[in-house]
Design a protein around this ligand. Structure first.
Ligand SMILES: Cc1cc2nc3c(=O)[nH]c(=O)nc-3n(C[C@H](O)[C@H](O)[C@H](O)COP(=O)(O)O)c2cc1C
Length: 191
């Protein structure tokens, strides 16, 4: 079997980015935990490619390759800065270009960063419904961090470190369980 891939997507549209730092950290630690490969994209880089297309049919070769690699990943870590009490418009545009049935049953870890703790439910109230549409397997505990959790756009607060560890432990255990179940049912079909 080819190596599994954890694919991080950060909805930041500028650099440096706290969201990109958090998505990279979570992607790296989860890939390590699962023995998988890792890849992270930032919308600051991907948006100029994706925004050449307003519909999936208009995607050029580079845009198509980007969307296909996301669709083919085994796990997604999806993060966004909170903009106007939701995720960034750039992130929504990316997911408007993803096939409606391509993320079904795919494990997804949700991440957001904001300026205020008052918007801490953005992952659950804004991002989770998007992946409910895709019928993805959204992991139970999302991560939300505020600007004061970072220093020089890097994860700095012990409280956030602790939350990341809990999310990795939970996501790792649940995803391994799903993968184990898939292997068992493939083996029983082959027998
Ligand atoms: C246009 C804009 C809108 C924002 N709206 C909100 C908001 O509604 N709620 C919030 O908590 N923070 C808001 N923020 C703050 C960002 O979410 C916060 O600084 C975030 O960590 C930035 O992420 P980044 O470093 O990845 O760009 C906003 C920032 C910008 C630039």
């Amino acid at each position: 079997m080819s190596a599994r891939l954890v694919f991080g997507i950060s909805g930041n549209v500028k650099r440096p980015s706290r969201t990109a730092a958090l998505v990279s950290e979570v992607t790296h630690r989860l890939a390590d935990c699962l023995g998988a490969g890792e890849h992270v994209i930032e919308l600051v880089d991907a948006a100029p490619v994706l925004f050449r297309a307003l519909t999936a049919a208009q995607l050029d070769e580079e845009g198509t390759a980007l969307i296909r690699s996301l669709e083919a990943a085994d796990v997604l870590v999806v993060g966004s800065p909170v903009y106007r009490a939701s995720y960034s418009g750039a992130l929504k545009h990316l997911f408007d270009l993803v096939g409606y049935d391509r993320l079904a049953s795919k494990p997804v870890v949700l991440v957001a960063t904001g300026g205020t703790p008052l918007h801490g439910l953005v992952p659950d109230h804004q991002l989770r419904p998007l992946f409910a549409f895709f019928r993805s397997l959204v992991l139970p505990t999302p991560l939300y961090a505020v600007e004061t959790d970072f220093e020089n756009h890097r994860v700095a607060s012990p409280a956030l470190e602790g939350r990341i560890s809990r999310v990795i432990e939970e996501a790792g255990r649940l995803i391994e369980g799903v993968w184990h179940g898939e292997q068992e049912s493939a083996a029983s079909v082959a027998a």
